[in-house]
Design a binder for this molecule. Structure first.
Ligand code: ADP
Ligand code: MG
Length: 309
């Protein structure tokens, strides 16, 4: 099968049910996608590349590989408080294996259906398996949440549970199948609804891809502050040890955000309404250090990656 037939057969129709509602005039098959402008909105755009054996395992179900590649890209829009509208896909494969592509497209379609986003274009090339997804969406003008706005004294909150996805990847590498942790890794939940609800509440936010402490470090450096995190407040599943390493292992795709103490009650109601646990794990500080404090009140030395100060 040649590239053109492949695109026409498998990629020209993914999420096409949502083309009209998302204002797409021209989609897959032309030189470029052509999309109506939306007045009084700001566009929010993000791109992520997932490389086989680096970001996912090529032994994974192709539909999970597709779902995960789009969900982790959507997670960035979630952290901005944006509504996703469209996405593009640059797919590199060693060869065209129709069964694999068919399953891959099933995963694509399910993420499209869940978030009502059409695939509006892409590129298909030959090489080591890699998937690049660009997601685009919007917020009301001036309303997107950034990493910059945290204030000293703001509470630090995190959604969901930390450490499970990384355990899932370890499980996969050991050849295990079907554990809850594996599912967290293969089908991460992009917290789009949560992000939208945090507009006007969160002073800053980031999605956790590289590790809770490391990513919180980006909020600190961009907001020109430090933070104190209490290790025993970090929400984890029972099978995950509460160590600095296990809470900072990445791939969680949960949202870490900061908010003024006055928002505590409204954060609680957002959590209840969406059925997503939200836990306060610490506070932003004037002192520009990242402090992780263990259950005995001792500082844990913060390792891994953070060298901004
Ligand atoms: P060009 O050579 O002009 O870049 P291509 O042959 O790469 O065109 O792509 C033809 C059309 O198919 C374009 O509209 C492009 O956006 C779309 N396309 C190519 N690959 C994919 C893909 N993997 N997923 C979605 N659309 C794709
Ligand atoms: Mg091309």
């Amino acid at each position: 099968m040649d590239e053109h037939t492949l695109i026409q057969k498998y990629f020209s129709d993914v999420g096409s049910a949502f083309l009209a509602e998302k204002g797409v005039r021209v989609s897959v098959g032309d030189d470029a996608a052509i999309i109506n402008n939306t007045p009084e909105k700001e566009f929010v755009v993000s791109i992520d590349t997932s490389i086989a054996e680096v970001h996912f395992l090529s032994s994974m179900d192709p539909s999970d590989i597709a779902y995960r590649s789009v969900a982790i890209a959507l997670s960035d829009l979630a952290a901005c408080g944006a509504s996703p509208s469209w996405f593009t896909l640059a797919l590199t494969v060693e060869s065209i294996q129709e069964e694999w592509i068919k399953d891959f497209c099933k995963g694509l379609q399910s993420v499209c259906d869940e978030f009502r986003i059409p695939l509006v274009g892409g590129d298909t090339t030959k090489g080591p398996l890699s998937i690049t997804v660009q997601v685009m969406g919007y917020c009301e003008e001036g309303c997107s949440i950034t990493r910059k706005g945290a204030k000293a004294g703001d509470g630090i909150y995190v959604s969901g549970l930390i450490g499970s996805a990384s355990k899932g990847l370890d499980d996969l590498k050991k050849g295990l199948e079907g554990t809850d942790d594996i599912l967290t890794f293969t089908r991460p939940q992009a917290r789009i609804e949560l992000g939208k609800n945090l507009v006007g509440i969160a002073t800053s936010a980031i999605d956790i891809s590289d590790g809770l402490v490391q990513d919180l470090g980006h909020i600190c450096s961009q907001s020109n502050l430090g933070c104190e995190v209490f290790l025993n407040k970090v929400p984890t599943k029972k099978n995950i040890p509460l160590t600095h390493k296990s809470i900072n292992s990445g791939d969680d795709y949960e949202i870490c955000f900061t908010a003024n103490g006055l928002k505590e009650q409204i954060i609680k109601s957002v959590s209840e309404e969406l059925g997503i646990p939200i836990t306060k794990i610490g506070e932003m500080t004037e002192k520009k250090f990242i402090k992780v404090i263990d259950s005995e009140g001792k500082d844990i030395e913060v390792i891994a990656g953070y060298d901004h100060f």
